[in-house]
Write a protein that binds this ligand. Sequence first.
Ligand code: FMN
Length: 178
Amino acid sequence: MNKFIVLYKSKYGAAKRYALWLAEALGCPAIETKQAKISDVEQFDTIILGGGIYAGGIAGISFLKKNYERLKNKSLLVYAVGASPFSEDGVAQLRNRHFRGDLQKIPLFYLRGAWNETKMSWSDRTLCAILKKSIAKKTPQDYAPWEKALMDAIGTDCDWTDKESLAPIIGAVSHKYT
Ligand SMILES: Cc1cc2nc3c(=O)[nH]c(=O)nc-3n(C[C@H](O)[C@H](O)[C@H](O)COP(=O)(O)O)c2cc1C
């Protein structure tokens, strides 16, 4: 049985960058969820799935949900990549939205990604402008952490990806084999 595989879904490259760093550190393959065949994925003991966060949803998580019956006895771990700074509340919200029932036992890690408006599609830029308009109606003290991050990031290009932030994930998946 092969040890690790990393699956990812990334629109602008941050979740992919983390997937490639993980693959390098763990000596394993990293493939996009849309290319992944469940019959191949089943050959691995530990499956790490990562995706960018879009309007509170984790890209690529549907692969896990759709195939959960076939993967439920594997070691599973999810990482979500967003523009917001880390917050316990933010992670709790992601958990409540995506990890119901049996999925609650899957560890979820948050990693900070990037914000690059020059690379964004027209529809994403429009969506961000609409979000900004609605957030701007609140007083800044009432912003949720992700709303504050969005307001700070709009109009700028930022990259918070950091290889070192993968240490807890590498530790969590490796301890089983040491
Ligand atoms: C339309 C849109 C919605 C987003 N929604 C969120 C969000 O709800 N929370 C968050 O932390 N980041 C959000 N982001 C930022 C992305 O999660 C961030 O840019 C991340 O690096 C994307 O991952 P990717 O590069 O792998 O696609 C959003 C970005 C866009 C363009």
